[in-house]
Design a protein around this ligand. Structure first.
Ligand SMILES: [Zn+2]
Length: 330
């Protein structure tokens, strides 16, 4: 059964966001503006029981505020963590310190039959939001790449979100791009992942470490007010001025992401390639280097007619996508 009203949650490492939407599936203009919305800090108590209780209390409160009610109302949760399967089992969520937490089952039990709760990987929810009502609108085949502290991706093929057998598809950030003894350690526990080179957190940590050496020279140090304060924005501003350190770093890491994206486009042959996330939108020089490598590496037939678009929905994409996906699942 589909529903006109849907609740979307975005459960990230810092904030808990929620919104009630009406008519998302109509695709009409204006439906991405929520009836009501809320944002709270996740806070210190990150136990599954506490988080589930907060979500479960918030749903009827938001619906009362929006003055709507319905039976079997879909509730979609975009969650920043690795899932296993389609029932909302959280395999690993470092932001929350969770391993093997049955978030979906806990929520369904607590919410009761009035609601249908589904849990989605946060990047998949963002990608689906962009596909349905953002930069991928009108296409049937979309690949979305999000560069932030890490590198995430989502794909929709023939109008369907690609989730994979264990719900772990499109982990582009953890595809291996270097596979020898020099490979850098990644936050996932393995070595040589794209994210270990060009994820925002890895890039920043590496630059701070390298620039803290006495003989290191880079305009980024002065721009940041110290080597220990350098972030990717400073690196990009330095690269824009022709800074040797920043350009040398970019010449090593940007092609790694460019090749990873090119390989994904070669495999999936999307109509639209959506680029988003804080890193890709706020570091134009890095982005230009990434795209230059992408264009050299991609299989030419997959490039024909490909549209490259910026993500449009911003921070709301995950809320919209999880509410939409839950509407389809309800
Ligand atoms: Zn990794």
């Amino acid at each position: 059964m589909s529903s006109d009203i849907a609740v979307g949650f975005d459960l990230g490492g810092t904030n808990l966001r929620a919104a009630v939407f009406q008519g998302l599936r109509s695709g009409h203009a204006g439906v991405t503006t929520p009836l009501v919305q809320r944002r709270e800090a996740i806070g210190d108590d990150r136990s599954p029981e506490h988080i589930v209780e907060r979500l479960a209390k918030m749903v009827p409160e938001l619906l009362r505020e929006a003055q709507v009610g319905a039976l079997h109302l879909p509730v979609g949760i975009g969650f920043a963590g690795m899932l296993n399967g389609k029932q909302g089992m959280v395999a690993n969520a470092p932001n929350f310190g969770w391993r093997e937490v049955p978030l979906g089952a806990m929520l369904r039990k607590r919410l009761g039959e009035r609601y249908t709760a589904s849990v989605y990987n946060d990047v998949n929810a963002i990608a689906y939001g962009e596909f349905a009502l953002g930069a991928g609108r009108g296409s049937q085949d979309m690949l979305a790449i999000f560069g932030g502290t890490g590198i995430g991706a989502g794909a929709v093929i023939d109008g369907r979100l690609v989730e994979g057998a264990n719900n772990s598809a499109l982990e582009l950030g953890h595809t291996k791009i270097v596979f020898d003894d020099s490979a850098r350690a990644c936050s996932c526990g393995l070595h040589g992942c794209v994210e270990a080179y060009v994820g925002g957190a890895a890039l920043q940590a590496r630059a701070r470490q390298e620039l803290s050496h006495k003989r290191a020279r880079s305009a980024a140090i002065a721009l940041a007010g110290g080597a220990d304060k350098v972030n990717p924005g400073h690196l990009d501003a330095a690269a824009d001025e022709g800074d040797d350190y920043a350009l040398c770093l970019y010449s090593e890491v940007a092609p790694l992401l460019g090749v990873a994206i090119a390989n994904a486009v070669t495999l999936f042959n999307p109509k639209v390639l959506v680029l988003g996330g804080g890193l890709l939108s706020r570091t134009p020089v890095l982005r230009a280097h990434v795209l230059a490598a992408f264009e050299v590496a991609v299989n030419p037939p997959a490039l024909a007619g490909l549209r490259i678009e910026d993500a449009m929905l911003g921070d709301d994409a995950g809320l919209i996508g999880s509410a939409l996906l839950a509407s389809g699942a309800a």
